[in-house]
Each structure stands twice: as structure tokens, then as C-alpha cells.
Design a protein around this ligand. Structure first.
Ligand code: TPP
Ligand code: MG
Length: 783
């Protein structure tokens, strides 16, 4: 064949392929719309509540997702999907025969397709859960970093690396965590990361500010990203070449977002009227308009880059290197639906007449709404089906089951007087010096608090991770410093800036290394305990998708003394109790820390495990002699008797964490008045409460009612015994103990902001000292 013939054959094949992709786009737009419609209007309703779903947000990105999933995506790539485009993702897997009609019909119902893609609750492959906007975008950057970490550590072949891709709404660009992540990404020489913006210039409430136009390019380019803007589709680009076309292009360029949305909603006649007015007398415009009937004019004016499969596939194909790339794909929210452009379309839904109109327009017969290929005609349907089944995404392997890393016994650091934070650092240091396989899989990280949280010794031993070597300039200059700060590819500490959102997202990505990349990493991250709150949504995000990490909040409480109220954590014990997917502990002694870390490394790897949170302190306290190991099982379960009560004892003190010395002293002083009084070490209010709730639930879940651990512990006290509970944190974390057996309780703890002071002053002022405990006990008995 001659060149010209070859070119035209290729062009015809390309046109055929685009036509098939267009057919897929229509199917996705239809199925997503129908899934939402069915759940809201056809499925029987029992509660009078709106089911919800986002037809306009889905239609906004069906073309983007078609081009991505059925053209650009490779099996090793991973995608975070804009939460409210979840139904499109499910429609894709429905076409791939990986999702059932039943699940689609049960959209937003119990056991059905989740509102927003969920790794743990959906049955299709979901690479990243999404829901809280912004977090699902930024997490892709950290997963890219984790991928690089694994390559550098010889755990992943460069050839097996994928792109970490976020499909995002434009309103997500308002989330601060996006910019925190951009900065961190730049520092770490981020690569293999694509963010694709569905740039419909609408958020939930309204159209978005025009002034931001182009600013995003500047911001991303400054941070080392390539920005590819897909403003116009092929129809528009062709029209711009005609006489009058440049004027039209400029008009679109300068059209305010809100005006564009209004005209889109109103349709062809309104476009015509406006353009005739604004471009009156411009040569060629009248002819250009005359060549389009109203429907064609509406099609032309909304033919933005993000709806043109040719433009999208070419743009994705054009990026062949690993530089991080932002695609800004201009779109219309509600594209191809009667909701298109309306500012209230975020939660808007097509009514019955409208969805039936769409169905007819797409050639789908009534009753064939769930048919995968309805309305395509046999010939096209067969070819489209073949394209779908043949796409690389159809060959995506199931997620990995990484093998377990053996966990050795962790020796207890020596020393009669120790803090839990120092013990934690020492245990990691000993591991770092060992040749235990576990030590090689630990990755530490911290939001700029590595040294003050005792991670330093581990880092000195194992080094910082960087893809490019980084010398410790101070060390080279022979300036004495306790901390080595040099980086290399084998390093095991990921240095992060202060932003706690980044810290939790990094922990999330590290904690998903096993299912994502087949190698289990054991992330250990430290953060000042009060600043957990700063990254709380990102922490919740990590837990929600079952990422596994060890979080260490330290130092904590008013025990931090001199640092004052802004740095003293109060409610973190309640965060630990309230956060699903996170087992939290407030240990007091070094041997408890060793035991719980050992347990944590195992629990983080268990099928039914979770992440773990240790709340630690810098307060040095006298360690307890142990006569045997009998305390250990209780410490893991959440509590054990540090001083066993006499049977039928009238009183007990229950304490958590740093206030152990005060509790012990009070216990000793109360011996005379309350013989047989017990002293309960509560290592985990969280696990105790969870176990208590589960035991009660077993009764109505058909299981046998067995006593919970805390019931067994409190069993031996007299029914009318009094309990004083005490911790350096919200008293509510322990006051519930009174409800277990109906004991009277006097809860001590902090429920006001802290302040500066030394420990005796602060413990006295906030009523955590020995006298306060004795007074609280007296109050129970003397009334
Ligand atoms: C952190 C957070 N805040 C608020 C919401 C509620 N919400 C869901 S989508 C949305 C706006 C989405 O706009 P955009 O990202 O532009 O998506 P579009 O639907 O326009 O594609 C909001 C405010 C949320 N999901 N997460
Ligand atoms: Mg938007």
C-alpha cells in the first residue's frame, strides 16, 4: 500500500475506535444515571429519606473515564476516582462483568454499591477509597512515593511500576491538603503521578470563581508538574479554523463560568441569541451560526476537551515519561443530560420524563435499561464488547496477598526509671541494629518531629530514604550532632515537612503497600499527640480503607508540662476510642510498650487486624517489678490488676498512662482505710470498651453471651464498691467503667485546656495528683 492509503486506513481505524469509545461513554453515562434513578425512584422506599446520587457529576466525567479505562490505563496503574463519580466506576466494572446488576440495583442500599468507591465495602476492585474530597487525590502522590521506595529497596521492578492517578473534581482544588501534598511531592521528586481534573467549573453550591483561571497552571508548574489543558474538543477546534472562528474562540475564552453554565442549560437557541448579539458584525460568524441548527450549536458550544474522546486519548497518549502531570479537562457538569450546566445540578436528578427522554435518545428500549449493550445495534455492540473485554484493565490482576513478616519478641529496654517515649525509641533502635526481617520492613516517618519523638536513633542506624543521595553537610563539616541526616536509596525513614495531613496520607499509602504492591511494609509514624487532630480526617481516611500502620502520639497530655496548653493533648484518648480501624493504647511502663509494639506488628499484619495507636509520654517513671508474665494477656486486652483486689473489695483505682505513680501512691495510702483495695492498670480504654460492647452485642446477634474482659476484672469487687478513675486526658475515657457492673465512679482527668507549669503544680491544679485521687475516693464513701 502507498503511504496515503496506509494513512487513510489508519485514520479510518482510528475513527472506528473513537466511535466505539463514544458508544462506551454513552453506556456509562446511561448506566450511572439509571443506577441513581433506580435507587431513588423505582426501588421501594421505607424511610422517606432521599437516597441520593450525583447524575450530573457522573456525566461530567464519563468521557474522561472512558478514555482512561478503555484506552490509557495499564494493569499496573492505580486510580482514585472522584467520590461522586462512583456509579461510573461501577458501570465500568459492570461492562467488564465484574459487577452484578443486583449490586447496582441496590446502590446506596445495605450490601449494595457504596455511594463512594470503597476498598473495603465494594466488591469491585477499588484502588483507593474516596469520599472526603482532596484526600483521595493527594494519596496518589504518596503511593507513588511508596512505589519508588519499593523499587529502591529491590522489592518492585522498575518495569512493574504504574501510574498513580487521581480523577478529581475541580472543587477539590480548593482543599488545602492538595497544596501541602504538592510541596511535599516536589521535595521528593514525585513521578508517575497523574491528576485529571474534571474542570466543569461547578462545585456543590454554584459555579466557581473565574479569577482562578490559569492560576492552577502556575501553581502546579512551580511545583514541577507538566500541565496539559484540554480546553476544546475536535468540533470546536475545527470551527475555530473557519472565518469567524477566532472570534468565537476568544468569546469562549472570555466567557464567565456562570454565563457559560446558564447558556449550556438553556441550550441552542440561547447560545444563538447570545452569540448573535455579542459577535454581531464579525465576519464569518453569521455563516458559522447558520451552518448549525440549535442542537448542533449546543453540541458545538459544549464540545469541550473533556468530552471529546479524540482529544482525551491523544492527550493521554502524548505523555510517555514519568513526570507528574496535571490534565485540566474542561467539561460541562451534567453533560448530555437535561441537567447540564444548571448551578443546582450537583444533587439534582432527572425526573421520570427526563430519564425516559434520555433512554429514547440513546435508543434503549423500555425494559432493556440494564442490558449492557442496549441501543448499540448488533454489529457495533459486538465490536464494543470485544474492545471492553480486550482492554488492558480487563487483565488487571487481583490485589496481592503479601506474605507475613515474622515478628520477634521485643526485649524490654533496661532502666529502673524510664518514659514510654524513650522506651519506644530504644526498642526501635535495638530493632534497627538487629538483622531481623521485621527491621528491614519498618519504615518510619514523622511530620518534622523525628528527633523530639525519639525516632532519631532508628534514623541514625537506618538512614533517610531519598531516590538521590543526600549528604549530611553538618557531618561532613565535622560539626558535632547527635543526629545523622544523610539520605540514600536504602534509607528507611521518610522525611516529611510539618503538614500532618501529609503525614497521615503517607502512613496510609505505606500501610497499603501489601495489597497495592505485594510487599508488606510496617510503617511507624510519630506525631505530637495534640496534632493528631490536625490530620484527623486523613487518619480516618487511612483507617477507612484498612491501611495498616503504627501511629505514635507523643508527648501527650498536660504531662508535657512546660510546653503549655497549646501542645497538651486532652481528647486524644477519646479519638483513640472513637476511631474504627485503630486500636489505641495508653501504656505506662516500658515493658508494656515492648509487649504492645510486638503485638502491634503482628496485629497490623492480621487479616482481621487494624492500625494501632500508642499514646506515649516523656515522663520518666519508676518501673514495676513483675513476678511473672500473667499481666501480659490483660495488658493486650486493655487492663490488668497491677495490685489485685481482695475478693469482695469495696474499692479500686483505675488509671491509664502517665499518672501511674500517683495512682500507686494513692493505692498505698488508702490501704488502711480500704483494706483489699485494687489498682487496675488500664492500658487501653479503647479495647476494653470495644470488647464490652461486642460481648453485649453477641446476645442479640445470636451468639452466646460471654463475659467481656472488663466484666471479668470487675467481677471480684463488691457490688457496691467505689471506683476512682484517672488519666491525663478526657475523664470520659474511663468514667464508663462505672456502668459495667453498676459501681459508683468518681472520674478524674483533664477537661479544660492545659497551661504551663511543672508536674506537681499541674497535677494538683488539674486534680490528677495523689491527693485528688484520695479525695475522690473519700467523696465516694463519705458522700
Ligand atoms: C471534605 C469534603 N467536604 C465536603 C464534601 C461534600 N461535597 C461533595 S462533592 C462537593 C463539591 C464537588 O465539586 P467538584 O469537586 O467540582 O465535583 P463535581 O461534582 O463538580 O464534578 C462537596 C462540597 C465532601 N465530600 N468532602
Ligand atoms: Mg466541579
Amino acid at each position: 500500500m502507498r503511504d496515503a492509503e496506509l494513512t487513510s486506513t489508519h485514520a479510518a481505524a482510528e475513527t472506528g475506535r473513537i466511535a466505539m469509545l463514544e458508544a462506551i461513554e454513552q453506556r456509562l453515562r446511561w448506566l450511572a444515571s439509571w443506577t441513581v434513578h433506580n435507587a431513588n425512584n423505582l426501588r421501594p422506599k421505607r424511610d422517606g429519606l432521599k437516597v441520593g446520587g450525583h447524575q450530573a457529576s457522573c456525566a461530567s466525567m464519563t468521557a474522561i473515564m472512558t478514555a482512561l479505562y478503555f484506552h490509557a490505563l495499564r494493569p499496573q496503574d492505580k486510580v482514585a476516582v472522584k467520590p461522586h463519580a462512583g456509579p461510573v466506576l461501577h458501570a465500568i466494572h459492570y461492562l467488564l462483568d465484574e459487577q452484578t446488576r443486583e449490586k447496582l440495583e441496590a446502590f446506596r442500599g445495605l450490601g449494595g454499591v457504596q455511594s463512594y468507591p470503597s476498598r473495603t465495602k465494594d466488591t469491585i476492585p477499588v484502588d483507593f477509597s474516596t469520599g472526603s474530597v482532596g484526600l483521595g487525590v493527594a494519596v496518589t502522590a504518596f503511593s507513588s512515593l511508596v512505589q519508588d521506595y519499593l523499587v529502591a529497596h529491590g522489592q518492585l521492578a522498575e518495569g512493574d511500576t504504574g501510574r498513580m492517578i487521581a480523577l478529581m473534581g475541580d472543587a477539590e482544588l480548593d482543599e488545602g491538603n492538595i497544596y501541602e501534598c504538592l510541596i511535599e511531592g516536589y521535595k521528593h521528586d514525585l513521578r508517575n503521578c497523574w491528576w485529571i481534573v474534571d474542570y466543569n467549573r461547578q462545585s456543590l453550591d454554584a459555579t466557581t470563581a473565574d479569577r482562578m483561571f490559569r492560576r492552577f497552571d502556575d501553581i502546579f508548574e512551580t511545583c514541577g508538574w507538566r500541565v496539559v489543558t484540554l480546553k476544546h474538543g475536535r468540533l470546536q477546534r475545527e470551527a475555530f479554523k473557519r472565518p469567524g472562528g477566532t472570534a468565537l474562540e476568544n468569546w469562549i475564552e472570555n466567557c464567565p463560568n456562570a454565563d457559560f453554565a446558564v447558556l449550556t442549560y438553556l441550550g441552542g437557541a440561547a447560545w444563538r441569541e447570545r452569540l448573535e448579539r455579542d459577535l454581531a458584525g464579525v465576519r464569518g460568524v453569521a455563516e458559522l451560526l447558520a451552518d448549525h441548527d440549535d442542537a448542533a450549536l449546543a453540541r458545538l458550544m459544549t464540545n469541550l476537551g473533556g468530552h471529546c474522546l479524540e482529544t482525551l486519548t491523544q492527550a493521554f497518549d502524548s505523555v510517555t515519561d514519568d513526570r507528574p502531570t496535571l490534565f485540566i479537562a474542561y467539561t460541562v457538569k451534567g453533560y448530555g443530560l437535561p441537567l447540564a450546566g444548571h448551578k443546582d445540578n450537583h444533587s439534582g436528578m432527572m425526573n421520570t420524563a427526563q430519564i425516559e427522554g434520555l433512554r429514547d435518545e440513546l435508543g434503549i428500549a423500555p425494559g432493556e435499561e440494564w442490558d449492557k449493550w442496549a441501543g448499540l445495534g448488533d454489529n457495533l455492540a459486538a465490536r464494543v464488547e470485544a474492545l471492553v473485554k480486550d482492554s488492558p484493565i480487563a487483565r488487571k490482576a487481583p490485589e496481592h496477598r503479601a506474605s507475613a513478616v515474622p515478628v520477634p519478641a521485643l526485649p524490654v529496654p533496661e532502666g529502673a526509671v524510664q518514659s514510654t517515649q524513650a522506651a519506644f525509641g530504644r526498642i526501635l533502635f535495638d530493632l534497627a541494629k538487629s538483622d531481623e526481617p521485621l527491621a528491614d520492613r519498618i519504615v518510619t516517618t514523622a511530620p518534622d518531629v523525628t528527633q523530639t519523638t525519639n525516632l532519631g536513633a532508628f534514623v541514625n542506624q537506618r538512614g533517610l530514604f531519598r531516590r538521590q543521595e543526600l549528604a549530611d553537610v553538618f557531618q561532613k563539616a565535622k560539626i558535632p550532632s547527635a543526629q545523622k541526616w544523610s539520605a540514600h536509596t536504602a534509607g528507611q525513614h521518610i522525611e516529611l515537612g510539618i503538614a500532618e495531613n501529609n503525614f497521615f496520607l503517607a502512613m496510609t499509602s505505606l500501610g497499603l503497600a501489601a495489597p497495592h504492591f505485594g510487599t508488606r511494609l510496617l510503617p511507624v509514624g510519630t506525631v505530637y499527640d495534640p496534632f493528631i487532630a490536625r490530620g484527623l480526617d486523613a487518619l480516618n481516611y487511612g483507617c477507612y480503607q484498612d491501611a495498616r500502620f503504627l501511629l505514635v502520639g507523643t508527648p501527650s497530655g498536660i504531662t508535657l508540662a512546660g510546653e503549655g496548653g497549646a501542645h497538651q493533648s486532652i481528647n486524644t484518648p477519646l479519638i483513640g476510642m472513637g476511631q474504627p480501624g485503630l486500636e489505641s493504647f495508653d501504656p505506662a511502663f516500658a515493658d508494656e510498650v515492648a509487649l504492645l509494639m510486638q503485638w502491634a506488628f503482628t496485629h497490623m499484619q492480621a487479616d482481621d487486624g487494624s492500625s494501632v495507636y500508642l499514646r506515649l509520654t516523656t515522663r520518666q517513671i519508676e518501673q514495676q517489678p513483675r513476678k511473672d508474665d500473667s499481666w501480659k494477656a490483660g495488658a493486650i486486652a486493655g487492663a490488668y490488676w497491677l495490685r489485685e483486689p481482695a475478693p469482695g473489695a469495696k474499692a479500686a483505682i483505675a488509671y491509664s498512662g502517665a499518672v501511674a505513680p500517683e495512682a500507686l501512691a494513692a493505692w498505698e495510702q488508702l490501704q488502711g482505710d480500704l483494706p483489699g483495695i485494687g489498682l487496675l492498670a488500664v492500658t487501653s480504654p479503647d479495647r476494653l470498651h470495644r470488647d464490652w460492647s461486642a460481648a453485649r452485642a453477641a446476645r442479640w446477634q445470636g451468639g452466646a453471651r460471654t463475659a467481656s474482659h472488663i466484666e471479668c476484672l470487675l467481677e471480684c469487687l463488691a457490688p457496691d464498691a467505689g471506683l476512682v478513675t484517672v488519666l491525663d486526658g478526657s475523664p470520659a475515657a474511663l468514667s464508663w467503667l462505672g456502668g459495667v457492673k453498676g459501681h459508683r465512679v468518681s472520674p478524674l482527668g483533664t477537661d479544660r485546656f492545659g497551661q504551663t507549669g511543672d508536674l506537681p503544680d499541674l497535677y494538683r491544679t488539674y486534680r490528677l495528683d495523689t491527693d485528688a485521687i484520695i479525695d475522690a475516693m473519700a467523696e465516694l464513701f463519705l458522700g
